[in-house]
Ligand binder design. Structure first.
Ligand code: PMT
Length: 399
């Protein structure tokens, strides 16, 4: 399940760093909600956060938000973790004493999840015994304090009070949610995106795959501790940091890249939308416009998934995808059997929120014994679900 982090941004020069943190958390597939104090909006506009999280930032306690009647309560309930970043001396004093006089402090008080405070302020303010007492009080209340760093401060002073490193906050978050290590020691090979088959130097045949499904799977596998190889057709996405990345263009190139790396993989997931055919001849020159009809002869590409099914190594788990526009489950079942995979993820292109391009998918996982419906969820969440099911099949196979 995707985790929700509520970021409480209070007024301070380090408020701009909360925007970078938001972006980093989103990249790690956390769901982020942002609450700002009025003072924080003097340092950075809510619009910056809204562009990053793709929905409203809350500042006013009495602001009306669709479907959220008592917003501070709904946000408090939604949170899996509450982080105050930067936490000003004023906000620290308020949360230490249960003062709830704006949206941020009201939601903070209403939230019963883990709270993290990242102070950032002038050294004298930080070292002031009142602030120190407030921080001690917060610690006693069970809140985590990520200590500020020593450095050059915006006011010109050198000393303690600089917001801690964002990597420390990210590390805390990841550790807190125990980005689980269930795939530690496993090597996962994933294919993603479309293939392109050239007709001539200017034209090619392809499909609408964005690569989002495959790249989300790669990120999920990394987060679960796996070593990941990602073989991708041409897409506009940046490969997740840490994967072994092999870009390819044609189905033949993808076949070669997979064939030569498949033996080392424990899990293989074929999320790529591979072209079934390629032109027999690729014209060296641009094909000229002639007559009303143009005939191009195609030859079949190797079926990479079927090849993997036939050359399966002992203990290896192979997962295919079935992209259908009709008879979803019957066609997926046929592919499962014909291509000798352990499981197949069926998605229907005609269902809104599923298939190409979207950030979500709606699918059914089929294996030899069962069908598991996966309702609409992010492609990352589906990635985790798929990998967890592969792990179950792997464990069953070992017994
Ligand atoms: O990339 P996105 O925009 O996020 O979209 C995701 C997706 C719709 C592309 C993805 O979820 C998906 O369904 N991928 C499989 C697309 C596909 O080629 O389906 P298929 O039913 O035509 O093929 C069945 C399986 O055989 C697939 O695992 C495919 O990778 C594999 N195949 C197909 C042909 C071929 N020559 N070699 C193969 O390995």
């Amino acid at each position: 399940m995707q985790k929700t982090i509520v970021l409480g941004v209070s007024g301070g020069i380090a408020a701009f760093k909360a925007a970078q943190l938001t972006s980093d958390l989103i990249k790690k597939h956390y769901d982020v909600e942002v609450i700002m104090t009025k003072n924080a909006t003097e340092f950075i506009a809510p619009l910056t956060f809204e562009a990053l999280i793709n929905h409203n930032v809350v500042v006013d306690t009495f602001e009306k938000v669709a479907n959220r009647s008592i917003h501070h309560i709904s946000l408090a309930k939604k949170a899996d973790l509450f982080i105050l970043v930067p936490a000003s001396a004023n906000v620290i004093a308020k949360v230490a004493h249960g003062i709830a006089d704006d949206m941020l402090t009201t939601t903070f008080l209403a939230c019963n999840k883990q709270k993290v405070i990242c102070p950032a302020m002038n050294t004298q303010m930080y070292e002031n015994p009142i602030t120190q007492e407030n921080l001690q009080r917060c610690k006693k209340l069970g809140y985590t304090i990520l200590e500020p760093a020593v450095g050059h401060l915006a006011c010109g002073d050198n000393g303690k009070g600089k917001l801690c490193d964002l990597t420390d906050i990210l590390h805390y978050v990841d550790t807190y949610f125990q980005q689980n290590d269930s795939l530690k020691g496993k090597h996962v090979l994933i294919t993603a995106g479309p293939t392109q088959e050239a007709l001539d130097p200017v034209r090619y045949l392809t499909n609408h795959s964005s690569g989002k499904m495959g790249y989300s799977l790669a990120q999920a596998a990394l987060d679960m501790g796996a070593e990941v190889t990602l073989i991708s057709g041409p897409v506009q996405l940046t490969p997740p940091t840490g994967v072994h990345f092999y870009p390819v263009t044609t189905a033949m190139e993808m076949f070669e890249a997979v064939r030569t790396r498949s033996a080392q993989a424990d899990f293989i997931i074929k999320a790529a939308a591979v072209g079934d055919y390629r032109p027999v001849h690729v014209s060296e020159q641009k094909i000229k416009k002639k007559g009303d009809h143009l005939q191009i002869e195609f030859v079949k590409n190797p079926d990479i998934l079927a090849y993997l099914g036939e050359h399966k190594k002992p203990g290896q788990i192979i997962c295919g995808f079935a992209m259908e526009t009709q008879n979803l489950l019957a066609n997926a079942q046929e592919k499962l059997e014909k291509k000798h995979c352990d499981m197949i993820v069926a998605n229907d292109l005609h269902t809104e929120g599923a298939g190409f391009q979207s950030d979500t998918n709606i699918a059914t996982i089929l294996d030899r014994f069962q069908r598991i419906p996966c309702p609409k969820m992010s492609k990352y969440e589906l990635g985790v679900t798929i990998l967890e099911h592969m792990l179950t099949l792997c464990t069953q196979g070992e017994q």
